[in-house]
Design a protein around this ligand. Sequence first.
Ligand SMILES: Cc1cc2nc3c(=O)[nH]c(=O)nc-3n(C[C@H](O)[C@H](O)[C@H](O)COP(=O)(O)OP(=O)(O)OC[C@H]3O[C@@H](n4cnc5c(N)ncnc54)[C@H](O)[C@@H]3O)c2cc1C
Length: 393
Amino acid sequence: MDFELKKEHKAIQKEAHRFAEKEVIPRLNEETFKRDLVTLMGEMGFFGCAFPLRYGGTEMGFLGHSVVCEEISRADSGLRSLFNLQGMTVPYTIMEWGSQAAKDKYVKPLVLAQTLGCTCFSEPNAGSDLSSIETIIKDKGDHFLLNGSKTWISNGTVADIAIVYATFDRNLKHKGLCAVAVETDQPGWKTRETPKLGDKSSPIAEIHLDNVVAPKENLLGKWGDGFKVAMTALDRGRISVGSGAVGLAQACLDASVQYANQRVQFGKQIAHHQLVKGTIAEMVSQIEAARLLVRQGAWLNDQDNPFTREIAIAKYFSGEAVVKAAGMAMEIHGGMGYSLEMPVERYYRDAKLYQVGEGTANIMRLLIADDALGIKKANRPRLHVPSDFKDME
Ligand SMILES: Cc1cc2nc3c(=O)[nH]c(=O)nc-3n(C[C@H](O)[C@H](O)[C@H](O)COP(=O)(O)OP(=O)(O)OC[C@H]3O[C@@H](n4cnc5c(N)ncnc54)[C@H](O)[C@@H]3O)c2cc1C
């Protein structure tokens, strides 16, 4: 692995940084979904790194995706989920598993943020355990019919296209799952926004599917392939989530350095008290390690090498690192950390998500330990590389 970013990655990193300073930071107080910012990010190619040119991509790979995602998350971690939905799990899963008709119809508009996507795994009774999904999919001959409920769906209230995971036979557990792309503009698709602690730029919804229809060509993979599709989507989503965690942790460090250099106590800047230095050193070390792990996962994926184990380690470590960094930033800010006038209270609220989404910390630890103990190998060769991706090489 080359530890130096390529010229094009540095260029897009700079562009994302400039965009964040000019467009994102001035609007941080509006704690809502900002469609116009998402449109701009699509137009600037921020979501297209992992995609071929003819699908609206920039062909900069997963490492490019990671670098841009980190930079935007450093400004507003709530926008991080858009990278997952517009630049990774929704369009990429369609690219990897979809029919040509589905790819032609959905991928480019998603990557350019002309349409919005969401991914629907979670349900009231199915979180970490996807094999207990209860939403039912029926094959009605010329179309599919879906009924059930989903919870905690990022972009749920605004998405035009959803990837829905559903079962055709609950007794079959994970072997009964199917993944299908669903257009949300239909009467049986009902959403209700879920209030939440942080991540305010990303609307979360509870969704009810009442005789929702999907065309046959929208099945992803084969009938019964849903679990495999989910596992590949989650692996890639972990690149986005890990990158977002690193970006937010960096924001915690930036704010802490600035405050420690300015706040004076006991006759000197608190930066000169050794225990504060120790905290800063801890943050720097955790962030550097997390960044290297996440970029290693992205780089392995760019080489088409198995990366499930490495990205699980990266996602776990970066999730822990950002929660620690947010706590340490609060500590360095003393009482001001608790103030709504300082950014660190938002970092503290946003950080916790990184231990939950795209596989909880415990689920990552199980995967890592099962691999180490020889109970279940995590890495597997990529199932297939669609010809559209081969064109990129
Ligand atoms: C802000 C936010 C955005 C989200 N966005 C989406 C989205 O877009 N799409 C989507 O489908 N979902 C989304 N989710 C849901 C998220 O993926 C789930 O919350 C997550 O997978 C955990 O599921 P759960 O909440 O049901 O917890 P559970 O699975 O009920 O877990 C509860 C606790 O038990 C632990 N646990 C469970 N099983 C085991 C085990 N075998 N061994 C050890 N510990 C275990 C977990 O680690 C956790 O600590 C989002 C969640 C949040 C908070």
